[in-house]
Design a protein around this ligand. Structure first.
Ligand code: NAD
Length: 338
């Protein structure tokens, strides 16, 4: 029997690189697509194509022969809160083009199933104003008041998936990730998210030194390890659930507590120096009631276990980098579309 086929966009990125590995380990034939090759480690995809998915013709190339295949659309211009708060126009521009074109090309090629990676940033600001936030249920996304820029675009693309099912019968799935972290993710350059940034700062700090923390550090989030994100995505695409589904952990932790946890993993005493910075909402966590009901499963890797893996990987990267010639911090990878 021929291998099941999958096309993964964003396969040069953090979650996409992990997803390709998992699919290959399961015997899939995989085509990866991205603007760039994976930064950390070589891809194991059968084909890896450098394409700009903002462009329609390049999406047609990416999706060619998709009939019967699973399409995982992870490509996005994105980053941590500091990046998404300051690049709203380009994020909306790029991601609307990517998602519109990839979805339409997948439909034209009669892909078997299509999974879109949305975000907890779709949830309304008015439900996330306290660090002691009520966990967010899928239906809480409306009435809409999402994160400006990135969150609006995610909500729009979620809706597009729904209408492609209703109008064309394309089997679409939508996952709402809540802060995915783990090794092989961006840890500097401005696009990194809080767990990676904190791991980097702690790894670079000497014992007893202070690290910078944006805001008062009492804002809360929940964090989900990348292996669980991959497992959940794969379970969801094979399920019959067409509405958006949370994928995250329910455990709420403040940024200050996260710093303390990473410091204890590193075996360092680290103090916090609070500075002005992008903060996002005051509190955000996932309600996994529907996740459990739909998939009969939920993320299992503890924050401690996941952070240990992540810290050790980032510390090793930094050590290797300082042993070599000092590298400049990376500039944002995506060039404007002309
Ligand atoms: N990591 C998280 O915590 C998180 C949370 C919520 C949602 N998501 C979503 O999950 C998906 C994957 O996230 P990630 O953390 O792996 O991000 P990432 O930035 O590591 O990966 C995204 C990839 O998309 C590629 N890309 C950007 N523009 C492109 C273009 N025009 N053409 C082709 N490729 C392009 C980038 O080069 C990058 O490799 C994204 O859609 C993101 O919005 C992630």
């Amino acid at each position: 029997m021929p291998a099941q086929r999958a096309i993964v966009t964003g396969a040069g990125g953090f979650i996409g690189h992990h997803l390709v590995r998992a699919l290959k380990a399961d015997g899939y034939w995989v085509r990866g697509v991205d603007l760039k090759y994976p930064e950390f480690g070589t891809t194991v995809a059968d084909e890896f194509e450098l394409l700009d998915l903002r462009r329609w013709e390049q999406c047609e190339t990416a999706m060619r022969g998709a009939r019967g295949a699973e399409v995982y659309n992870l490509a996005a211009n994105m980053g941590g809160i500091g990046y998404i708060e300051h690049h709203k126009a380009v994020i909306m521009h790029d991601n609307v083009l990517i998602n519109t074109h990839v979805l339409e090309a997948a439909r034209e090629e009669q892909a078997e199933r299509y999974l879109y990676t949305s975000s907890a940033c779709v949830y309304p600001i008015y439900r996330q104003q306290s660090p002691d936030v009520t966990p967010l249920r899928e239906e809480d996304a409306y009435p809409a008041d999402p994160e400006d820029g990135y969150g609006w675009e995610k909500l729009f693309s979620e809706r597009q998936c729904r209408h492609y099912w209703e109008d064309y019968g394309l089997e679409t799935r939508v996952v709402r990730f809540h802060n995915i972290f783990g090794p092989l993710g961006t840890y500097d350059g401005g696009r990194e998210k809080s767990p990676a940034a904190i791991c980097r700062k702690v790894a670079l700090a000497r014992d007893g030194e202070a690290i910078e923390v944006w805001g008062d550090g009492s804002q809360t989030r929940s964090y989900c390890y990348v292996d669980d994100a991959v497992e959940g995505m794969r379970r969801l695409i094979h399920s019959s659930h067409r509405d958006p589904l949370n994928l995250g952990q329910e455990r709420l932790i403040s940024i200050n507590e996260l710093v303390d946890l990473v410091a204890s993993i590193a075996g360092k005493r680290v103090t916090r120096h609070h500075i002005a910075g992008a903060l996002g909402v005051r509190g955000r966590t996932s309600d996994n009631t529907r996740l459990r009901a739909v998939l009969g499963w939920e993320p299992t890797v503890s924050l401690e276990a996941g952070l240990r893996q992540t810290y050790e990987w980032i510390a090793a990267q930094l050590a290797a980098r300082s042993a070599a010639a000092p590298a400049p911090l990376r500039a944002p990878a995506v060039a404007p579309l002309r």
